[in-house]
Design a protein around this ligand. Structure first.
Ligand code: FVH
Length: 280
C-alpha cells in the first residue's frame, strides 16, 4: 500500500482522505485551520511535514491561489508527485505545473466529476492530465477515489474537460430550475413534474452524438427544428415567465444567441448552429 498525503480537509478533501484510509493507504493530512480531522489518518503539523510524509501528495483546496500559497510553504518537492484536484482554469493548471517543476516535483492536474458523497462509489470519475509517468505510477492508488481517466500530457486538459462538463451541468440546471419555478408559480405539482422533466431531458440528450457530428462537419441543416421557428417561439417563454411573476433571466442568453444566428442568415439551420455564435 502506498503512503499518500492529502492537503485540504474541506468537504471534498475530507472525503478524499477518508477514501484513502478505507482503501488501506497510510494517509497523512494537513489543513490550514486546525480542528478538521480524518479518522485513521495522521495529522501533520505543517505543510512541509505533510509533503515529507508521502511520495504522492493530493491537494484539494478552495482555489489555485490557495494551492500556490500552500506550495510556498512546502519547500522542496523533490521526489514528490503533486496531484492537484482543486477547481481551476487550464491556464492556472499550467501555472501550478510550472511552479511544481521549479520546486523539483512532478505534476498531475485533476478534475473531480463527483460530489463528496460519490467519492469511492460507483459513477465517480476523476480526470487527470500532466505527467503521464507520474499518473501511471500512482493510478492504482488514485483509483481508491474514483475511476481515473488520463486526458493527456498538457496539464490544462483535465481542467478543460472538467469546466466543459460543469458548464453543461450549470446550463442544464439553469433550465431545470426555471422549469420548476414555472410549475411552482402556477401552483402545480412540483414532485409530479420532476419525473416528467427528467424523461424529457433524457430524450433530448439522445441527440448529442448527432450534434457532435454537425459541429465537426459544420453542416447544420435540419429536418427537426429550425432556428427561425425557435426565434418565433422564444418570446412566448419570456412572456409566460413574466405572467407567472418570474424573471426570464436564464432564458435571455439563449434567446440572444438565437436572434444573432437568425440575423446572420442561419434561420434554416438547427439549434446546434448556436455553438458557432458562442465564439467571440
Ligand atoms: N464539494 C464539491 O462538490 C466539489 C466537487 C468537485 C470539486 N470541487 C472542488 O474541490 C475544491 C475543494 O472543495 P471543497 O468542497 O472541499 O471546499 P470547502 O469545503 O470550501 O473547503 C475549502 C478548503 O480549502 C482550504 N483553504 C482555503 N484557502 C486556503 C489557503 N489560502 N491555504 C490553504 N488552504 C486553504 C480550506 O481550509 P480552511 O478554511 O479549513 O483553513 C478548506 O480545507 C474546490 O476547488 C472545489 O471547486 C468540490
Amino acid at each position: 500500500m502506498t503512503s499518500v498525503t492529502v492537503i485540504g480537509l474541506g468537504l471534498m478533501g475530507k472525503a478524499l482522505a477518508g477514501a484513502f484510509v478505507r482503501a488501506g493507504h497510510r494517509t497523512t493530512v494537513w489543513n490550514r485551520t486546525a480542528g478538521r480531522n480524518v479518522d485513521g489518518a495522521e495529522h501533520a503539523t505543517d505543510v512541509a511535514a505533510a509533503v515529507a510524509a508521502a511520495p504522492l501528495v493530493v491537494v484539494c483546496v478552495v482555489n489555485n491561489d490557495a494551492v500556490l500559497q500552500v506550495l510556498e510553504e512546502a519547500g522542496s518537492l523533490a521526489g514528490r508527485v503533486l496531484v492537484n484536484l482543486t477547481n481551476g482554469t487550464p491556464a492556472q493548471a499550467r501555472e501550478v505545473a510550472a511552479r511544481v517543476a521549479e520546486l523539483g516535483g512532478r505534476y498531475v492536474d485533476g478534475g473531480i466529476m463527483a460530489v463528496p458523497q460519490m467519492i469511492a462509489g460507483p459513477g465517480a470519475l476523476v480526470l487527470y492530465s500532466g505527467s503521464a509517468e507520474a499518473f501511471h505510477e500512482h493510478a492504482a492508488t488514485l483509483e481508491a477515489l474514483a475511476q481515473a481517466r488520463f486526458m493527456g500530457t498538457d496539464p490544462g486538459l483535465a481542467a478543460l474537460y472538467d469546466l466543459a462538463l460543469l458548464s453543461g451541468m450549470y446550463g442544464m440546471f439553469g433550465g431545470v430550475f426555471h422549469a420548476f419555478a414555472m410549475v411552482r408559480a402556477a401552483g402545480e405539482d412540483v414532485r409530479g413534474f420532476a419525473p416528467m422533466l427528467g424523461a424529457w431531458l433524457s430524450a433530448m440528450m439522445e441527440g448529442m452524438p448527432e450534434q457532435a457530428e454537425q459541429i465537426v462537419s459544420g453542416d447544420y441543416a435540419t429536418d427537426v427544428s429550425a432556428l427561425a421557428m425557435n426565434q418565433l417561439a422564444m418570446p412566448n417563454f419570456v412572456e409566460a415567465a413574466k405572467e407567472l411573476g418570474l424573471r426570464p433571466d436564464v432564458l435571455l442568453p439563449i434567446q440572444r444567441l438565437i436572434d444573432r444566428a437568425v440575423e446572420a442568415g442561419h434561420g434554416a439551420d438547427s439549434l446546434t448552429r448556436l455553438v458557432e455564435m458562442i465564439k467571440e
